[in-house]
Design a protein. Sequence first.
Lengths: 389, 254
Amino acid sequence: MNLSAAEQRILDGEEGDGARKALELVVALGKIYGADDLVPITSAHVSGVSYKTIGDGGIAYLEHVSQGAKVRVPSTLNPSGMDSVRWREMGVSEEFAAKQLHIIDLYGSMGVTTSCSCTPYLSDNVPRKGDHVAWAESSALSMVNSMIGARTNREGGPGALAAAIVGRTANYGLHLKENRAPTVIVEADIDGSLFSHSLLGQAVGSRIGNGIPYFRGIRPDWEEAKIMAAAMAASGAVAMFHVEDHTPESSEHPIEGLDVIHVGEAELKDAQDSLTVVEDVELIAFGCPHLSIREVKEMASFLEGKEKKSDVKVWFCTSREVRDALPAEVSILERFGTVLADTCMVVTPVEGLFERSASDSAKACNYLPTLCSQKVRCDSFQTLMEVLL
Amino acid sequence: MIINGRAIASGRAEGEVVVLNDDFSFLGGVDTATGELRVGGGGNISGRIFAFRRGKGSTVGSYTIFDLKSKGLAPAGIVNATAETIVTTGAVIADIPLVDGIDIEALCTGDRAIIDGDAGTIELPDLELREVVTGIVRRGDQILLMRRSDEEHHFPRSWGGASGRIEEGEGPEDAACRELMEETQIDARPVLIGKPFLVRGEGIIWRVHPVLFEAEAEPTLNWEHCDYRWVSPVEAVGMDTVPRLDEVLSRLGL
């Protein structure tokens, strides 16, 4: 690999052991994917935060790496295993909480912004078109590739952290324009609701794996795009999508000769059926990815004046920033459930608390059975709330 | 002998090889209290050169490797056919040399090996490397297979192509022409040279260079073979062949 003089100095240890190890990792990952060189990044988003997912091995690693390293570019953190304030209400144990707070402190000590959200592109980490970035979190990186036109591969947690520490990542894959071209055209025929975008993502991801779809027939806003991107990254490994006449790079690549697939009501029904195995649930969770300001407002206006008539638990997962910004709306939602920040249903230890859960997010419904041992129902916000009203 | 691969994670280590001829997930695949494998035929990877095809499974596997290292239970080196993100990340953060691009089937559990993660090599000091050619003659849709005679030291009675060692100063192409002439009296020039690969024998590793010929003539056999047949490539792999003849055919596009 071709390294600049500055990069070689880091590799020779002249900027400390932490930076040297980080660059070694960035270079090694670049080698396996055939990168010729490294590219400077403007931001990073780091996953591997929940104690539930990274365990004691992850803590040991973070304790080690944080001794001599600081991030060089603005970097944010993915959701953690609990609400940092309301964890007792969630039923999280003291031991889990202590380890979780320690993990967040370790990231903080390296200069990572510990906002713990999977939607940093809506608040404190917003790349610009053409920026090279190193993002983990499959839904977030798909959003910045697709809706913003910034460039990132599917980074893993340690790779994104290493890139943040040296301010560079390996130049391959989606950092190169030629690899950002669509691979398949998707003719979508859906009702346009938020939930239909969730199922569309599920159907497309499971059909095309790690392809790059070019959508026709939809014009998703940020909320619709994020639930669709999350689903495509969970049911497949989609890291980028285009929407005709809508996303910033949609007209920059040829689409002649691509295969066309049609996704309509029948395919959405199949997608929903493939995720749903129960009807009655103990927990209904929204906010995968984290609810935006607009979503919290819309939910509050839907629920205002209504009354909860069931003891089914409800979680509304969002970022700390959104929860703090909307106290009136949050107090309406709190009459129906708990508004959680910093975390979500996938990375918190749900398995110790519930056995059957529901979400409108196809991503959540992909991971709840495997990561949280849940039997799952996938349905729209309105349909699920009818259970309670 | 030295096998050349690709340098992924730096460092040098010597140890006994443990081979798992499969993809592997460190999360769940190894007991982190003992270093004992929970998959394949078992075995302990601590302090060994752990060779497996490719990493798979949860990204937490990277931390599992670090965890093993901090407990003194990590492998001394890792050898992959194809490195991927999870194992590469784990190897780098735990300071374990990693080399990929290695034909795992050439290694056996118990081999003594030296891994060099900077040069990208695996040295097997107790094994001899022999460079050999296997020439396949194509005639229309059929290929020529010959049955090795009882006098052959290696693989008597097995079906194969025209094969033999590459002599000092000789290239695979010339060696293949010479062997073909000796064994069949067919005079032909190669139409395709396939990418070489490794085949494991006892105390020996053969680097097999596949070579394709086209010819119409019937062979005149010497002592090395006792029979021949013209068969389709599909029929060929169903016969009792020398090891990995299927790989020879696939590397020649047959």
